[in-house]
Design a protein around this ligand. Structure first.
Ligand SMILES: O=c1ccn([C@H]2C[C@H](O)[C@@H](CO)O2)c(=O)[nH]1
Ligand SMILES: [Zn+2]
Length: 137
C-alpha cells in the first residue's frame, strides 16, 4: 500500500466524521504491520472537550482491535485544508506513545497536496514512556 492508497483510505474514513459543531471533518487511515488499515474520524461532543481527533480514533481503535503498540507502519491524515493538514499536539503526543519515532505520517488535503514526515519530526523533544524510568523505584 503506497502513500496515495493510504490517503484514499483516509478520505473514506473522513466520510464517517461526526462534526456537528466545527463542520470540519478529518479522516485518518493507519496501516499496521500485517497490511490491515484502521480507519479513524473525528468525533465531536456538545461539551466540546470530550471530542476526539481522527488520528487518535484510528490509533485507539487499532489497539482495541488487538494491535500491539508500535506495530504500525504509517498513518495518513486528511482534512479540507489549504495545505496538508497538521495533526494537533495531543495527537502528536499519542503517536509518540503508540508509534515508533520513525513511523511515516502522511498529511494531505482534499486538493491532493501530500506531505510526508515522521512522528519524531512532528514532536521533537517529546516527553515519552522512557522519561518515567528515571523516577522508578
Ligand atoms: O489533525 C486534526 C486536526 C483537527 N481535528 C479535528 C478536531 C475537531 O473535531 C476539528 C476542528 O479542530 O477537527 C482532527 O481530527 N485532526
Ligand atoms: Zn488531534
Amino acid at each position: 500500500m503506497d502513500n496515495q492508497q493510504l490517503m484514499q483510505e483516509a478520505i473514506k474514513a473522513r466520510a464517517k466524521a461526526y462534526t456537528p459543531y466545527s463542520h470540519f471533518g478529518v479522516g485518518a487511515a493507519l496501516l499496521d504491520s500485517e497490511g490491515n488499515v484502521h480507519h479513524g474520524c473525528n468525533i465531536e461532543n456538545a461539551a466540546y472537550t470530550p471530542s476526539n481527533c481522527a488520528e487518535r480514533t484510528a490509533l485507539f481503535s487499532a489497539i482495541a482491535g488487538g494491535q500491539q503498540p508500535r506495530s504500525f507502519k504509517a498513518i495518513a491524515v486528511v482534512g479540507d485544508t489549504e495545505g496538508p493538514i497538521a495533526p494537533c499536539g495531543v495527537c502528536r503526543q499519542v503517536m509518540v506513545e503508540l508509534c515508533e519515532p520513525d513511523m511515516k505520517v502522511i498529511m494531505g488535503n482534499l486538493k491532493g497536496d501530500l506531505q510526508e514526515t515522521t512522528v519524531a519530526e512532528l514532536l521533537p523533544w517529546a516527553f515519552g514512556p522512557s522519561d518515567l524510568d528515571f523516577a522508578k523505584k
